[in-house]
Design a protein around this ligand. Structure first.
Ligand code: PMP
Length: 407
């Protein structure tokens, strides 16, 4: 069981005078960083900083070792067979775009189909819309039901010999839906399609094993899992990386350059053009050490318990409408309270020191399907506790009272 007071003591942001009273319920957007991560970044810059892969001197070798050790750390965290299957990107969004340009441009032809789900974040939808437009391919949608769940049987009806890819999130950032991926992945594979898993909301919260999932591609961001901003990951099976073209060109991604043409470096470096975010990679590895130190099972159990408690406490509030599957869901609770606009609600709660998200959550297809412009969203992580849920409930009741003259 997680001892939240001990965990919170590791996060300098919560100790700042201006944040002492903060109830932070927006970890689905970005998390905070423990001092262990901040110190790892600081130490890299103080002790080992140099441009990796290039210098012959010892300092540059240390920078290279720090960067490549971080790659191995990421591979171990997600159960990849080889560290070469890990490509560092800026974030999950860039990782999806790398697959869209590097793989889909080569493998998706006119008349082919890409299947996405209605639950996708824009990051795992818009790049596929662009591929479909560029390649003359068709997008097909796996729909969610009233509860916010997807059905693998419906996928069977969408799959055909023209299906090239299924792009599917493991956990929805808008509704919290947890997709049990294996049946979806197996069906897509049986039809000859590859599968890209959006792990932005799952890798931070639960143990993810790419080999057990048999995922072809997995993307996620460091900043949603206690790591720094500006570092993300594309995992891909080695044979897919070998069959992909780079999408950024320049220094470090080449093996030889002539006047008019060039040859590429090996995988994964051919996808990492220019000087990379080494400190970001080091910080992400430290975040993974931190999470593993607590244990991903304990993290998942903590998130589950708090989310269940939040759903339990919010559901009985009169005129509060909860969206998404009940009670099992990722640590994300989307709701609306009477006719109060979510932005007004979020602004009101902010006056009480409670930070929640409001808007379409970069999931406008979800909103369209539900006939909503926006929702309010509270999301939880390992530094939240029962008191945070209580403060949210109290804040919502106060908001209802405050806004009642306009309702
Ligand atoms: N997918 C999901 C499910 C997300 O929640 C997010 C971030 N909100 C992303 C992708 C994109 O992540 P990033 O902005 O770090 O690229």
């Amino acid at each position: 069981m997680i001892e939240v007071s001990k965990i919170r003591a590791d996060f300098p942001l919560f100790a700042q005078p201006e944040n002492r009273d903060l109830v932070y319920l927006d970890s689905a957007a970005t998390t905070h960083r423990p001092r262990q991560v901040l110190e790892a970044i600081d130490e890299f810059y103080r002790r080992d900083n140099a441009n990796p892969h290039r210098g012959a001197y010892r300092l540059a070798e240390r920078a290279t070792t720090a960067y490549e050790s971080a790659r191995s750390r990421v591979a171990a965290f997600i159960g990849a067979g080889r560290s070469e299957e890990v490509v560092f990107t800026r974030n999950a969004t860039e990782a999806v775009n790398l697959v869209a340009w590097g793989w889909a441009e080569r493998h998706v032809r006119e008349g082919d189909e890409i299947i996405v789900t209605e639950l996708e974040h824009h990051s795992n939808l818009v790049p596929w819309q662009m591929v479909a437009q560029r390649r003359g391919a068709k997008l097909r949608f796996l729909e969610f039901d009233q509860a916010g769940n997807l059905d693998p049987v419906q996928l069977e009806g969408l799959l055909s010999e023209r299906s090239r890819l299924l792009a599917i999130t493991q956990v929805s950032n808008a509704l919290g839906t947890i997709n049990p991926l294996r049946p979806f992945i197996d069906k897509a594979h049986a039809a000859g399609a590859l599968v890209l898993v959006d792990g932005a909301q799952s890798v931070p919260h639960t143990a993810v094993d790419v080999r057990a999932l048999d995922a072809d591609f997995l993307v996620f961001s460091g900043h949603k899992m206690l790591g720094p901003l500006g570092i993300g990951v594309l995992y891909a099976k080695i044979e897919h990386l070998e069959a992909m073209e780079p999408f950024l060109f320049g220094g470090d991604m080449i093996s030889s350059v002539g006047y008019h043409s060039s040859e590429w470096n090996d995988v994964p470096w051919k996808f990492e053009a220019g000087t990379q975010n080494v400190a970001g990679a080091v910080g992400l590895a430290a975040a993974m050490d931190y999470l593993d130190g607590i244990g991903m099972e304990a993290v998942a159990e903590h998130d589950r318990r708090l989310t269940r408690l939040a759903v339990e406490k919010l559901a009985p509030i009169d005129q509060l409408h909860l969206y998404g599957p009940m009670p099992e869901r990722g640590p994300v609770v989307s709701f609306n309270l009477a006719t109060i606009h979510p932005h007004d609600l979020a602004t009101f709660l902010d006056q009480k020191g409670i930070a929640i998200r409001s808007g379409h959550h970069c999931a406008q297809v979800v909103m369209r399907k539900l006939g909503l412009a926006a929702t309010a969203r509270a999301s939880f992580y390992l530094y939240n506790d029962e008191q945070d849920v209580e403060r949210l409930v109290t804040g919502l009741l106060q908001a209802k009272d405050y806004f009642k003259k306009w309702l």
